[in-house]
Design a protein around this ligand. Structure first.
Ligand SMILES: Nc1ncnc2c1ncn2[C@@H]1O[C@H](COP(=O)(O)OP(=O)(O)OP(=O)(O)O)[C@@H](O)[C@H]1O
Length: 258
């Protein structure tokens, strides 16, 4: 066994990629006199490599909030969120902003309905950039028996994904700021899937897509699972959910604030 070459897709046998224990989160509603709105309370979950867990429950149960806490957009109040990174286990609830940014570049991908991209960067580069950033920041990826894609190869992969997602070629060199919702979402999806993320967070990845593109996304998710990604997703489209989810986790209602 070569200890210097950890496979980022293979955590220790039997160990989950994501181990959540006792997560709690509230929002303080300043416009309502500072009242506390509890959103997550004592939430626990394990997600293994190659597994897709769908968060289900009515609107407002905290599904998106949980995803944003795992991606580091929101701080948690309590609990542990252990992530088996290629460099070892890290508690996402305690991770520093620098650690979170490094994980975002290569190991944790988040695909939401909305694209946040640097202005004036063409769609193709928005997608390719993630592949280049991952290679630059994750020594483990460089150690794998894979050729360094370099910039041209990263663009080639980006182009292949955009073509697969039926984004018109005429848009590839344009910045996505003016794209339609569905076009932006496909750029977002291509960016999320261009490198094999160890943890994929999918918040309504097919919300603005037509049936043909939904099928492409289902295939991409199935391929990511086969490659060993652990996936947490919110899929309001039941057909998509049934096609990709191994388990459903019902988000329980919490008490209303007094
Ligand atoms: N930044 C925020 N500030 C204050 N309250 C928030 C914030 N984000 C979410 N909430 C509240 O937290 C609760 C959970 O919201 P969240 O978006 O996580 O629900 P959800 O289950 O994903 O809903 P949906 O299915 O409609 O997307 C809601 O009551 C929402 O109003």
């Amino acid at each position: 066994m070569n200890m210097a070459r950890p496979d980022p897709q293979q955590p220790l046998a039997g160990e989950p990629v994501l181990r959540l224990r006792g997560l709690s989160k509230h929002f303080t509603l300043h416009l309502r006199g500072g009242v506390a709105l509890p959103v997550l309370s004592d939430f626990s979950l394990d997600v293994h490599a190659g597994e897709c867990v769908a968060l289900v429950g009515p609107s407002g149960r905290g599904k998106s909030t949980l995803m944003k806490c795992l991606y580091g957009n929101y701080a948690l109040d309590a609990g542990e969120a252990w992530f088996a990174s290629s460099a070892g286990a890290i508690d996402l609830a305690q991770a520093t902003p620098q650690q979170l940014l490094a994980l975002r570049r290569s190991e944790i991908a988040y695909v939401s309905q909305f694209l946040r991209a640097v202005p004036r960067v063409p769609a193709l580069d928005v997608v390719a950039e993630r592949a280049l950033a991952a290679r630059a920041t994750t020594p483990a990826l460089n150690d794998l028996d894979q050729p360094d894609p370099g910039e041209a190869a990263a663009r080639e992969r980006a182009a292949a994904l955009l073509a697969r997602l039926n984004l018109p070629r005429s848009l590839w060199q344009l910045p996505p700021a003016t794209f339609s919702g569905g076009e932006q979402q496909r750029v977002n999806i291509a960016r999320g899937f261009i490198t094999p993320a160890r943890l994929l967070l999918l918040d309504e990845p097919t919300a603005s897509l037509d049936a043909a593109n939904r099928r492409v996304v289902v295939q991409l998710i199935q391929e990511a699972k086969a490659a060993g990604s652990a996936i947490v997703g919110i899929f309001h489209d039941e057909e998509v959910r049934d096609a990709v989810a191994d388990r459903k986790i019902e988000m329980e209602p919490l008490k209303e604030p007094a």
